[in-house]
Design a protein around this ligand. Structure first.
Ligand SMILES: Cc1cc2nc3c(=O)[nH]c(=O)nc-3n(C[C@H](O)[C@H](O)[C@H](O)COP(=O)(O)O)c2cc1C
Length: 151
């Protein structure tokens, strides 16, 4: 299953760690949104989209890319790291809606906490120090392994 992972990870590289763990499991190509050749989307069977959560949403470059995607009807997954609670994946909604409008089939979603020093948090040394940690990376690998069996 040829897989592309598109990841924007601008705060501490937290989501890139998750993307790398998933990519190793799936033998996937990894690109930033700005590096994606939209003409080559058709070559992939499965496409993953991931970033940190910024002001309640995935990164704007990911959302912008989704607007420009061809109506490829591909299998997809979404992943994120967040400073706060995203357990219900509520912060994935904007991207989820865009992917659905392009006929992408969402197979699964993943989220975990990531080190966060946004705004005043820096004064207390940040939230979620050391996250994502080995346990999170293990969960990301397990998540990716399950995707391999997806229809
Ligand atoms: C500008 C900014 C806004 C953020 N907004 C949120 C937010 O709305 N909700 C949340 O849970 N975390 C928020 N965070 C924390 C990040 O989601 C968290 O640190 C994440 O792991 C960053 O991922 P990255 O290192 O891959 O960029 C914010 C961080 C920054 C820098």
């Amino acid at each position: 299953m040829k897989t592309l992972i598109i990841c924007e990870s601008v705060h501490h590289g937290n989501t890139k760690k998750i993307a790398d763990a998933m990519a190793a499991e799936l033998n996937a190509d990894i690109k930033k949104p700005g590096e994606v050749d939209l003409g080559k989307i058709g070559e992939y069977d499965l496409i993953g989209f991931g970033s940190g959560i910024y002001m309640g949403k995935l990164h704007k470059n990911l959302l912008k890319l989704a607007d420009n995607l061809p109506e490829a009807g591909k299998k997809s997954f979404i992943f994120s790291t967040a400073g706060g609670d995203n357990e219900s994946m509520k912060n994935h909604k904007a991207l989820k809606d865009k992917l659905a409008s392009k006929g992408f089939k969402l197979i699964d979603e993943f989220t975990c906490r990531g080190f966060d020093t946004f705004g005043p948090l820096v004064l207390v040394g940040g939230l979620n120090k050391g996250k994502p940690d080995e346990k999170d990376l293990g969960s990301a690998r397990e998540f990716a392994a399950r995707l391999k069996g997806s229809k």
